[in-house]
Design a protein around this ligand. Structure first.
Ligand SMILES: [Zn+2]
Length: 462
């Protein structure tokens, strides 16, 4: 029992959470006197508050290797951008063995757990060997990622990426050869094998991810959507991250990406558009009207100079926001959440933009917390992100004695967390009722960090 529990958009005292360890789900929530099944162990979480675990709805784990390595440009190059960053990302992708993919993913997932993420949507596009050939087991690298997640105990939605073109109507670039899924049927066959192989894993779900309108032919989209729909899988896609992508789409199809997706019938409640930084008001309305999700990755969008999500318009239109660490420039759900709001403030020269009604006024924290938890869970199709009976017991405890929270009250704590606190406030993390982070540490941390450092030391980028 913690001092406070975050539930229904606010913190509540005198609240205990009872977990069914076998099912990995929350059994009951309420005053401690009313709970505590006879003989059940009651743990007192002294000076801590309990939140739903944060959901990282968009990740490329291997990109953790790029951190710190792309923050420069040659003096002869007038500017750097997403496209020049992509060259470094391709070089890293080409350098990794299956063991490397495992070690980098494992450490990246461990860092996520420490920051309070209990689930991750891994947008997985490393499929082939460094020469572009299929591995003997075509799912070799997917299995390494899944094993890495299982080893540290994070919940993962493996979003299997379809990647067939190097631009609309263009062949793949040589440096994209590890991503190649050149035939739709072959890609769907592999996805079916993944589904079959992992059907019984409690911490794993599968989704489909056409990479982008740049990388997937238009006439594949309907079938990908239908295939996922028949199996009730989520469908994620990079959408309008870059102005150049929108221009390419307009030039080829005479319409911007979201309109194209609407025309192909892809937009619905199982669809998540990742980024959506360069969309029109009409496209925001289309996403919202379809009940689609939008995953913002503001620390990455900031790092890459992508642009700012039109969050206010999207929320106003009915889209559900989620957050993602994407390129792993930063792994911190608190920062990701608050940038949704702070970017809007800078763009609009206003305060208190993204809000939910509470106590007769409009408050920012519940809107941001929703994006960081329930919004992400919805995007990944998992029943988490809320502390309610029946939901998955993915939980995060935070340290109420942390200096960044000094002066907190039950009324101000959510705003302090959502708008000011660092991820270092996280002390304990449970996934499916099992504690994976205890007092800020993971049991496998030393070994996982050492293996990651070995891979990082061997990586030479241009
Ligand atoms: Zn991405």
């Amino acid at each position: 029992m913690p001092d406070l529990v975050y539930r229904g958009g606010a913190f509540h005292a005198d609240t205990a959470v009872e977990v069914d360890a076998g099912a990995g789900r929350i059994l009951r929530v309420g005053p401690v006197a009313d709970l505590a099944s006879p003989g059940a162990a009651v743990e007192r979480l002294e000076a801590r508050a309990l939140l739903p675990g944060f959901v990282n709805a968009h990740s490329h784990a291997f990109q953790r290797l790029l951190r710190g390595r792309t923050q420069w440009r040659p003096a002869s190059v007038p500017h750097a951008d997403f496209w020049s960053w992509r060259e470094a990302m391709y070089a890293a992708a080409l350098a990794l063995s299956p063991e490397d993919v495992y070690h980098v993913s494992r450490f990246c997932f461990l860092e996520m757990l420490r920051a309070g993420y209990t689930a991750v949507g891994e947008f997985h596009y490393l499929h082939r060997d460094p020469d572009g050939r299929r591995y003997d087991d075509p799912l070799e690298l997917a299995q390494r990622v899944v094993a890495a997640a299982a080893e540290v105990g994070i919940r993962v939605a493996l979003l299997n990426v379809c990647y067939a073109a190097g631009g609309i109507g263009k062949p793949l670039l040589p440096e994209q050869r590890r991503f190649a899924t050149p035939e739709l049927d072959g890609f769907l066959d592999d996805s079916a094998v993944l589904l079959e192989a992992y059907a019984k894993e409690s911490l794993l779900t599968i989704g489909l991810a056409p990479h982008s309108v740049r990388a997937v032919p238009r006439d594949w989209l309907k079938e990908l959507h239908a295939w996922a729909g028949r199996r009730e899988l989520v469908l994620h896609m990079h959408v309008a991250e870059q102005a150049a992508e929108v221009e390419e789409c307009r030039a080829a199809y005479s319409k911007p990406p979201v309109e194209l997706l609407a025309e192909e019938g892809v937009l619905d409640t199982r669809f998540t558009a990742v980024h959506a930084t360069h969309i029109s008001l009409e496209e925001a309305a289309r996403l919202g009207g379809a009940g689609a999700g939008v995953c913002a990755c503001p620390t990455t969008e900031r790092d890459l100079g992508d642009g700012i999500l039109p969050a206010e318009e999207l929320v106003g239109a009915g889209a559900a926001l989620a957050i993602g660490s994407d390129s792993q420039a930063v792994i911190d759900p608190f920062e990701e959440m608050r940038l949704l709001e702070y970017h809007e403030r800078l763009r609009r020269l206003r305060r208190v933009v993204l809000t939910e009604p509470r106590n007769g006024r409009l408050e920012v924290a519940p809107a941001l917390m929703h994006a960081g938890t329930a919004g992400g869970a919805r995007a990944l199709g998992i029943d988490a992100g809320r502390i309610e009976p029946g939901a998955l017991a993915d939980l995060v405890a935070i340290d109420l004695a942390h200096p960044s929270l000094a002066g907190w009250s039950a009324d101000t704590l959510a705003a302090m967390l959502a708008l000011s606190a660092p991820a270092a406030v996280v002390t304990d993390v449970w996934v499916g009722g099992r504690r994976r982070i205890e007092q800020g540490r993971h049991a496998a941390e030393a070994e996982a960090a050492a293996a990651f450092r070995r891979v990082a030391a061997q990586l030479a980028l241009p």
